[in-house]
Design a protein around this ligand. Structure first.
Ligand SMILES: [Ca+2]
Length: 361
């Protein structure tokens, strides 16, 4: 898989440096590179990255608001604070979201999410987590971590409450169910949807997940990060949650087809259980990768999200554009039908006139 991404090793090292949380270290690095503005070269001359401000969010959150001039819009209980944006407070039945107003037309990108989940709840008495989105629709509240179900696009979930496990415990007590492979929570998973699939909340999205990993992210005294990288249709999700400034692998899926022009967003929900779900920053980088002519052909734009070699139920492809012949036949028969209808109409009208004339005399 590293082959499709080029020199991943050196890239990762670079990324660690570039995503350094320490501002002075970053500045020093930029000074050493002698370019504070231009693109950063990553790896052996194959990948460049540019921070895209229109899709990024950082303190002091000046571009956040409700107006149409804001880059980011808030929803529900989400609130802007000085040090973070709180999607939900540690209170029951809250939901909030934050959505980028500018659609993203980049082909290859990387989204770095700096977040914090914390609260009073003890083990398994907190919830429900947060989601990061790249979807067709924005600002649509719903049951999937505060966002609409049957979404179109990509959802990455940081799920802090094991609904399925709780369900299994109840079932096991009634001796009706033997627990399967258990996932340890908090758990990160990803899902690609074409609008036909429902997120199964009771099973923590297990039937539709592309992959996942355990991520112990609650109540940590150091910063926690997640990165979603989409390069050449290859989706990679990594996390930095151990306070070591290192990316740890979580999910890798090749052949993920995501249309361009979708929106980035993040959302969260609490139910009977709650947590503070905070977003500190969202940084989107455009990644410039070289493509061979074959790859250019293969990586043509798509209209619906899909994943290669993964048959999603009720998957419906968009109608293919009409061919010239089909269009001609449709127009031709429409014309014939119209003429036929007009002739019948004229005949009927004449007959009716004749009859009324006869009645008149
Ligand atoms: Ca859950």
């Amino acid at each position: 898989m590293a082959a499709t991404l080029g020199p991943l090793g050196s890239w990762q090292q670079w990324r660690r440096c570039l995503s350094a949380r320490d501002g002075s270290r970053m500045l020093l690095l930029l000074l050493l590179l002698g370019s504070g503005q231009g693109p950063q070269q990553v790896g052996a001359g194959q990948t460049f990255e540019y921070l895209k401000r229109e899709h990024s969010l950082s303190k002091p959150y000046q571009g956040v608001g409700t107006g149409s001039s804001s880059l980011w819009n808030l929803m529900g209980n989400a609130m802007v604070m000085t040090q973070y944006i709180r999607l939900t407070p540690d209170m029951q039945s809250k939901q909030g979201a934050l959505w980028n107003r500018v659609p993203c037309f980049l082909r290859d990108w990387e989204l770095q999410v700096h977040f914090k989940i914390h609260g009073q709840g003890k083990k398994n008495l907190h919830g429900d987590g947060l989601a990061i989105w790249y979807t067709k629709d924005r600002m649509q509240p719903g049951p999937v971590f505060g966002n609409m179900d049957k979404f179109v696009g990509l959802g990455v979930f940081v799920d802090t409450y094991p609904n399925e496990e709780k369900q299994q415990e109840v079932m096991a007590q009634k001796r009706r169910y033997s627990p399967g492979v258990q996932r340890v929570f908090p758990y990160i998973s990803a899902m690609v949807n074409n609008g036909s699939l429902s997120y199964d909340h009771e099973r923590d999205g297990r039937p539709t997940e592309l992959g996942g990993c355990t991520a112990i992210v609650r109540n940590l005294h150091y910063d926690t990060f997640l990165v979603i990288r989409y390069v050449k249709r290859h989706l990679t999700i990594m996390m930095d949650i151990d306070g070591k400034h290192e990316w740890r692998d979580c999910i890798e899926v090749p052949g993920v087809r995501l249309p361009r022009g979708y929106y980035f967003g993040t959302s969260s929900i609490t139910g009977d259980l709650s947590d503070n779900h905070d977003v500190i920053s969202l940084k989107l980088f455009e990644l410039t990768v070289e493509r061979t002519p074959e790859e250019e052909k293969l990586h043509r734009d798509v209209f619906l999200p899909s994943v290669d070699n993964m048959k999603l139920p009720e998957m419906t492809a968009p109608l293919p554009p009409l061919s010239g012949l089909a269009l001609f036949l449709i127009v031709f028969f429409s014309l014939v039908f119209s003429v036929f209808a007009i002739v019948i109409g004229i005949i009927l009208y004449n007959k009716w006139q004749e009859q009324s004339r006869k009645r008149f005399y």
